[in-house]
Design a protein around this ligand. Structure first.
Ligand code: 1YM
Length: 660
């Protein structure tokens, strides 16, 4: 059986006392969105992924090689593995509770408090199980361990019995979890989609050649679903290469065999498969860490891209092709179909959603693993390598030509343009790259100017509160210096003369302090854009920056929190019990050192932005947009009594949302 993390896998006897009890499950039922990203179809399948990930962790750690995924009925899923079985011992702090019960009823009861534990797929072993339990009307866990069979049942996170020995299990070990999502949480959206589950099981099997997944589905659920079998054994010794062949079987390819390999480095595993599509088709890049998908990529993807582009450039160098130095990773990878799967000992993901890998060594390790082998692959078939290189050079030349054309067009436009004095403009002109930060006050403006990337990021400081567009007269609007500077900087005119093509920046980012005044200024600016330049908002070009309110450090580790909730969350789940945690509260952006402002709020690699979404008037029907108009009027308009009425009618919801 494969065992990637030898050291961790030897910790066979998980002692019940290592599981620390932190809090009950009420927060999960209270705010499911925070734990599973919503209460929709995606969130429902997220529950399945959490349980499957626990079984995969056990497999990746070398303790299991078989997982059964069975869709028992439309709303009941059962997942079983042949691993060690969850620990069943008594918990010392709760003499009447077993470790299983603590794992299933406690948030963050992963192995991480033990100090000896290892983090695997999503980060912490078993953390998701309690969340799934909290959101299920019925959940049964069965454990075969030490030749005995145990069972315990829960409803909405509450145990319906103690852990009970229900028989013997002389020849097997493992854990089985069967659960039914709660209609109180998900409404009538509790029906699993066989195709989604089957796809999930299949991709796990592709990602980890050491696992066999047996899929079963109640035939009645498959009436219109011929792509999904009622039973299947999923086992792909060929790994990602198998997957890629499968995914590109109906496509024209530029190369006859993919570049697919597996490498071990520093006791960690790197596997990839990449091919190039012909006929102008767009490619894809799917990446994973410890079998968890990373749709936003991250450090492993960066390392892979670097290896490929540097490898191809070096090949060009050797074969005397001077133009090879100009190619970028995008030029080489635009039409590639690629899969990258890394297994890391202690992966670091960004945020709660785990969509992006941020482990810093991953770039270097992945590049190192891929580069040598890519050089070999290229030199093994020089004709093939030249073909790929020439295609990339062609794309680079196209790219440069388009850029030049755009620049010429913009230069002729900017020559006539007068820019406001306070604007610190960026040097690039390509709106695919550029952003304008609207900042509250000169002091924050100063920090932002130092923190920005001069090439792509412009900064316009605004003087405190701008005019409230929703309650001002047209004359007042026209005479307002602040707003006319804003329009000038954007390169557009407000109101009916607005032209989206004139907009000088790709993104407009409102960056105000993380306090009530900041929120007010952001609301005033959004109102301005909504009223005067709705096309800009509809095009998805308006964003809100997310500056942190707190900075927390323990030892060498620094994390930032956007608000009090997130601070709590981080205190509980991201620091260990050792050493003092220092927390500081930022009073405003102006007080934040530029390096921190850059890291937390401005650098596209590490920041988070919220996009302001506004469906186009012609796509949603007049009624819905009238509702939006009315709401903006109520909240921002002249009539205070409308606002008062709104607060009176909606205070309950808001308080519930704020957890007061
Ligand atoms: C169908 C879902 O949860 N399998 C599973 C979970 C655990 C273990 C084995 C396990 C882990 C460890 C030691 C360890 C969990 N353990 C924990 C906790 N399948 C499924 N299989 N012994 C058994 O991590 O050291 C949580 S889940 F908390 F003990 F770490």
């Amino acid at each position: 059986m494969a065992d990637l993390f030898g050291a961790a896998a030897s910790e066979d006897n998980y002692d019940a006392s290592n599981i620390e009890v932190l809090e009950g499950l009420e927060p999960v039922r209270h705010r499911p969105g925070m734990y599973v990203g919503g209460t929709d179809d995606r969130a429902l399948h997220h529950l399945a992924a959490e349980i499957l990930d626990n079984s995969m962790d056990e497999a990746v750690a070398g303790h299991a090689n078989r997982i059964d995924v069975t869709l028992v009925s439309a709303d009941t899923l059962s997942i079983r593995d042949n691993g060690r079985g969850m620990p069943v011992g008594q918990h010392p702090k709760f003499p009447d509770k077993s470790a299983v019960e603590v794992i299933m009823t406690t948030l963050h009861a992963g192995g991480k408090f033990s100090g000896k534990s290892y983090a695997t797929s999503g980060g912490l072993h078993g953390v998701g199980a309690s969340v799934v339990n909290a959101l299920s009307s019925l959940l049964t866990v069965e454990i075969a361990r030490d030749k005995k069979l145990y069972s315990q049942t829960f409803s909405r996170g509450l145990p319906q019995s103690n852990l009970t020995e229900i028989g013997s299990a002389p020849n097997r070990r493992g854990t089985s979890v069967s659960f039914t999502p709660d209609t109180e949480i998900f409404g009538d959206r509790v029906h699993f989609k066989p195709a989604t589950l089957f796809g999930m099981a299949k991709s796990k099997a592709f990602l980890f050649a050491g696992i066999e997944i047996r899929w079963k589905c109640e035939p009645a659920l498959l009436a219109n679903d011929d792509a999904v079998p009622t039973e299947a054994v999923l086992h792909y010794p060929g790994g990602l290469a198998d997957y890629l062949n499968d995914a590109t079987s109906d496509k024209a390819l530029m190369v006859s065999t993919p570049f697919a390999e597996l490498a071990k480095l520093d006791g960690q595993k790197f596997e990839w498969a990449i091919t190039w599509l012909g006929g102008g088709e767009d490619g894809f890049f799917n990446s994973y860490c410890n079998t968890v998908p990373t749709p936003l990529g991250g450090t492993h993807e960066t390392g892979f891209r670097q290896a490929i582009v540097r490898g191809l450039r070096a090949f060009g160098d050797l074969s005397g092709n001077r133009k090879a130095t100009d190619i970028t990773a995008d030029d080489v990878l635009a039409n590639s179909a690629a899969m990258l799967s890394v297994f890391l000992r202690d992966p670091q993901f960004q945020g709660q959603t785990k969509d992006k890998l941020v482990s810093s060594d991953a770039t270097r390790l992945t590049e190192q693993a891929v580069r040598d082998r890519f050089d070999h692959w290229l030199s093994a078939d020089a004709a093939r390598a030249t073909f790929l290189l020439e295609a990339a050079i062609e794309r680079a030349e196209d790219r440069k030509r388009r850029k030049k054309e755009k620049e010429v067009a913009r230069k002729s436009a900017t020559r006539k343009l007068r820019l406001p004095g306070k604007l610190a403009d960026c040097t690039a002109s390509d709106t695919d790259l550029t952003e304008l930060f609207l900042v509250e006050g000169d002091s924050a403006g100063g920090s932002a100017k130092q923190a920005r990337n001069r090439k792509t990021q412009a900064v316009l400081p605004l003087r405190g509160k701008i005019l409230n567009v929703a309650s001002a007269t047209t004359e007042k609007l026209g005479a307002n210096q602040e707003l006319s500077d804003l329009a000038l900087a954007l390169g557009v005119r407000a109101g009916k003369d607005f032209k989206l093509d004139d907009l000088r920046y790709g993104r407009i980012i409102i960056m105000t302090d993380a306090d009530v005044d900041g929120a007010h200024i952001a609301a005033l600016l959004m109102t301005y854009f909504y009223r005067e330049m709705p096309q800009l908002v509809e095009a998805g070009r308006l964003y809100l920056a997310q500056p942190p309110l707190y900075r927390m450090t323990q030892g060498g580790k620094t994390l930032y929190a956007l608000d009090d909730d997130q601070r709590e969350e981080i205190l509980i789940s991201s620091f260990d019990g050792r050493g003092k945690i220092e927390t500081s509260r930022f009073k405003g952006l102006g007080e934040m050192p530029p390096a921190q402002l850059k890291e937390t709020t401005m650098n596209p690699e590490s920041r988070r932005l919220l996009r302001v979404d506004l469906p186009r008037r012609d796509t949603i029907g007049a009624d819905l947009r009238r509702d939006t108009d009315q709401l903006v009027n109520t909240l921002m308009g002249k009539k205070a009594e409308l606002r008062f009425g709104y607060i009176r009618d909606h205070a309950e919801e808001v308080l519930a949302e704020l957890d007061v």
